[in-house]
Design a protein around this ligand. Structure first.
Ligand code: 4NP
Length: 158
């Protein structure tokens, strides 16, 4: 089982969007029995809160299912539990490292580092641009899934 943790600053916009977008991709490719997905924050600012309403509306508009998310902060134990810790932007990586202390197993990357144009995903909490966040996250999720398949970490049955 491959375990993936998506991480952003607040865990109410980008990382829950990434979780549900990636889950949707996994379900469409019949890979639910090979991958598990969760999301977390680097800050404790929004802990306990649900997905932000504009992020939820964007997922609804795009036909992506989501359930009752509650924001949580990443812990040092998450580093042991997950195989891939995928950040939205560079700043998340420095903040993750402050909590997990090290990345000896090279698990921490930006989601768009798997794409053809590695870059940060801007925070829609500040930009207000949830369409761009959705498109960037979808691009990263697709690229990451292709990476897992190309590296033989998971196998597509059809
Ligand atoms: P996110 O956006 O990191 O994409 O969930 C944010 C949401 C809330 C805050 C920061 C970023 N905040 O500081 O409250």
């Amino acid at each position: 089982m491959i375990k993936v943790l998506f991480v952003c600053l607040g865990n109410i916009c980008r990382s829950p969007m990434a979780k549900y977008i990636f889950k949707d991709l996994i379900e469409k490719n019949d890979l639910e029995n090979q991958i598990i997905v969760d999301s977390a924050a680097t800050s404790n600012e929004e802990v306990g809160n649900g997905i932000y309403q504009h992020a939820a509306s964007k997922l609804r508009e795009k036909g992506i299912k989501f359930d009752n998310h509650k924001a949580r902060q990443i812990t040092a134990q998450d580093y042991e539990k997950y195989d891939y810790i995928l950040a939205m932007e560079d700043r998340n990586i420095s903040n993750i490292l402050r909590i997990v202390k090290q990345d000896s197993e090279n698990k921490i990357h930006r989601i768009l580092d798997y794409s053809n144009s590695p870059r940060d995903i801007s925070d829609p909490w500040y930009t207000g641009n949830f369409e761009t966040a959705y498109n960037d996250i979808s691009e990263g999720a697709m690229a990451f899934l292709e990476y897992l398949i190309a590296e033989d970490k998971i196998r597509k049955s059809r």
